[in-house]
Design a binder for this molecule. Sequence first.
Ligand SMILES: Nc1nc2c(c(=O)[nH]1)N[C@H]1C(S)=C(S)[C@@H](COP(=O)(O)O)O[C@H]1N2
Ligand SMILES: [Mo]
Length: 423
Amino acid sequence: MTETSGKGTSRRGFLKAGFAAGGALVAGGTAARAATPDPLITQVQPWNTVLGDGVDVHPYGMPVKYESDVIRRNVPWLTADSVSSINFTPLHALDGIITPNGLCFERHHGGAAEIPKEDYRLMINGLVDEPLVFTLDDLMRFPRENRIHFMECAANSGMEWAGAQLNGCQFTHGMIHNVMYTGVPLRALLEEAGVKTEGKWILAEGADAAGMTRSIPIEKALDDCLVAFKMNGEALRKEQGYPVRLVVPGWEGNMWVKWLRRIEVGDKPWEQREETSKYTDLMPNGKARKFTWVMDAKSVITNPSPQAPITHGPGRTVITGLAWSGHGTIKRVDVTLDGGVNWHTARLSGPSLDKSLHRFYFEFDWDGSPLLLQSRAIDETGYVQPTKDALRKFRGNNSIYHNNGIQTWSVNKDGEAENVEIS
Ligand SMILES: Nc1nc2c(c(=O)[nH]1)N[C@H]1C(S)=C(S)[C@@H](COP(=O)(O)O)O[C@H]1N2
Ligand SMILES: [Mo]
């Protein structure tokens, strides 16, 4: 267990020093119950005496009713209308690294289009030797790849730029999902059409009412983009762009065009609305930076958090969260219990994949005193997730997009957590 402390321990005297640095749990921190008579053990229960549902009661399985609060949620005041809106993945209720299909957050600019698969067409035109049109069946005849990637909206945590605002990691960090995509490399389709030497950019266009369009440099298009038709093994959900979406690993969600209908090859970017008026950041000098494609390293503690307080009292406690980077894998995650005075190395568990969510844990013996929880991610390039102040120093106060600053949860003695900021 490494301890990396720079600031000394006196800064926050109201917090008791001397947390067990992970691993070792002291007496009193038991997570088991004493063996007093417990009716749930000593008495026969209903589920033990009646037959359960037969097969086929649910031809498509749904979560058990006891998990009915594990749902996407929106923040109604954020947008004027639900067709150009967003909801959020319930990160506090999930574990591991894969987002179940029904819980992937949705962001639509013109509602979720519904396209019968027989009517699906993808056109490639522009600076190519031969313009082509593919049906879904045509796409399925190219060699497929399977890859797990996170997709994060550039506006994720945007409401937190000026200070702590929304009470729950679902709302502060839930514009992200992580699924396994099955698809055809965009490179294969571009090679089929034959990109002319002047072809330096592609325009990806959606078939929905919003007609989402984004310019992408040809290097990225030929590198790791996928034209995907499956998520977590099954067809894309309508909300995620059925039947086909573009996967642009590590880059902002807006470029992952859903209901993908056209790829145009050109010699320069198109300067579309979504890359000029939107998805740009107004800098302190009055100029806006644009083409900020990559999502930098970021992390968040998902438990405990405002929607998921500690309910068991002092003793054995598990902290968990997610970390990711658009530049590759996560090398290390640090966790602090005291607002950044002492940092402890968290334990990563599960696959460490390129441009994918990583799951971390930190187990400790909670003495019941207040906590100021933060996590910070370090990616394979050595980049360290910044504080919000460090971000604001460089970017000013007008930004919305690309807020990857460190998040703080204040946990009181009752285990309740609140969104606060320490910078
Ligand atoms: N055609 C189309 N593609 C789109 C959008 C859209 O409105 N229409 N929204 C974009 C934005 S801003 C984001 S963050 C992601 C959201 O993907 P999701 O709904 O799977 O979460 O899709 C992107 N692709
Ligand atoms: Mo987005």
